[in-house]
Design a protein around this ligand. Structure first.
Ligand SMILES: *[C@@H]1O[C@H](CO)[C@@H](O)[C@H](O)[C@H]1NC(C)=O
Ligand SMILES: *[C@@H]1O[C@H](CO)[C@@H](O)[C@H](O)[C@H]1NC(C)=O
Ligand SMILES: *[C@@H]1O[C@H](CO)[C@@H](O)[C@H](O)[C@H]1NC(C)=O
Ligand SMILES: *[C@@H]1O[C@H](CO)[C@@H](O)[C@H](O)[C@H]1NC(C)=O
Ligand SMILES: *[C@@H]1O[C@H](CO)[C@@H](O)[C@H](O)[C@H]1NC(C)=O
Ligand SMILES: *[C@@H]1O[C@H](CO)[C@@H](O)[C@H](O)[C@H]1NC(C)=O
Length: 254
């Protein structure tokens, strides 16, 4: 008697859970993805975002502590986040800085409830970047390219940026990757690959560099992530050995 009460109680809970899940779907309340863009650079920067629809929106982020939470909905295709020095936060400056900047490329729900993301130096490099999933939706686990945390930091752009690459001017103030949009590595792209092995250094350099995590996860994009607790966390995360979530590389728009 007790036992059958328990069973019917369990069925009731299950039915309630199914009903709640169905009403979430009906109401469109399935979690929208949030991306927390944070600035740990010692200077004010403007961070910009766009998706394949094209509109560029920029935010001024205070030195060391500035952050902007963006809600990108349940599907965000060809999402890009990049930055440039200064507080102008104008879409014109943002557009001009983009070819002079490294990009955080994030697609939310690109296919079968999977997000994909990577760092790209295909255009150029100007500010250190890191992408980190802050909450991981089931059945995701952190393991390598599954829900991992790519980062890229070049400490001295001036000494890094040698021919054939070249320094750009404002607004991006970056190092232009002269052969970045090509399909084969050159000495120029190899300099980027050596400095930032986790970032894409030329168009076809995607093997082992595109991360995936289940849709429903949230992310942070950190500018100038060096010397932070995140870097320490990342080392701990890398040490964990967990099952691998299936990864399908996604063509991203650099
Ligand atoms: C975004 O990041 C900033 C800086 O780390 C933090 O203070 C803030 O609480 C974060 N926002 C959310 C919603 O997590
Ligand atoms: C791009 O972002 C806008 C604004 O958030 C959104 O309305 C639109 O659906 C997005 N487009 C794609 C292709 O993700
Ligand atoms: C994720 O990791 C946890 C803890 O290590 C494990 O119990 C779980 O089975 C893993 N899930 C998947 C889908 O690999
Ligand atoms: C960066 O490199 C340039 C060129 O080698 C050098 O002149 C400059 O002092 C370096 N800056 C820092 C902060 O080390
Ligand atoms: C690299 O870029 C330079 C300058 O545009 C060009 O002359 C050269 O052909 C490129 N090399 C390759 C292998 O794409
Ligand atoms: C580069 O990638 C494109 C798109 O995936 C592919 O069509 C092309 O064959 C690749 N080229 C080389 C040289 O690998």
């Amino acid at each position: 008697m007790k036992n059958s009460n328990l069973q019917s109680g369990g069925r009731l809970v299950l039915l309630l859970m199914v009903a709640v899940a169905m009403s979430w779907l009906a109401l469109g309340l399935v979690d929208a993805a949030q991306i927390n863009i944070t600035n740990q650079c010692p200077e004010v920067i403007s961070a910009c975002q766009s998706n394949q629809s094209g509109t560029v929106t920029c935010y001024a982020l205070a030195a060391g502590t500035g952050s902007q939470l963006i809600d990108v909905g349940t599907t965000w295709l060809g999402g890009l986040i990049w930055g440039y020095p200064g507080s102008s936060a104008s879409s014109i400056d943002g557009n001009n800085a983009k070819p002079q900047a490294d990009l955080a490329e994030i697609t939310i729900n690109g296919f079968s409830n999977t997000d994909s993301y990577d760092l790209s130096n295909v255009n150029a490099y100007n500010l250190g970047l890191l992408i980190n999933p802050t909450t991981i939706a089931p059945p995701g686990n952190r393991s390598g390219l599954e829900c991992g945390t790519p980062s890229c930091t070049i400490n001295n752009i001036t000494s890094f940026c040698t021919p054939p690459n070249s320094l750009t001017s404002t607004p991006g103030d970056g190092c232009f990757n002269v052969n970045g949009t090509g399909t084969t590595p050159t000495s120029g792209t190899e300099a980027f690959d050596t400095a930032c092995p986790e970032a894409i250094s030329y168009s076809n350099d995607t093997t082992g560099k595109v991360y995936a995590c289940p849709t429903g996860s949230n992310y942070e994009v950190v500018f100038c992530p060096e010397n932070t607790i995140l870097q320490m966390n990342k080392k701990n995360i890398a040490a964990e050995m967990r099952p691998v979530y299936p990864i399908v590389p996604n063509a991203m728009n650099a």
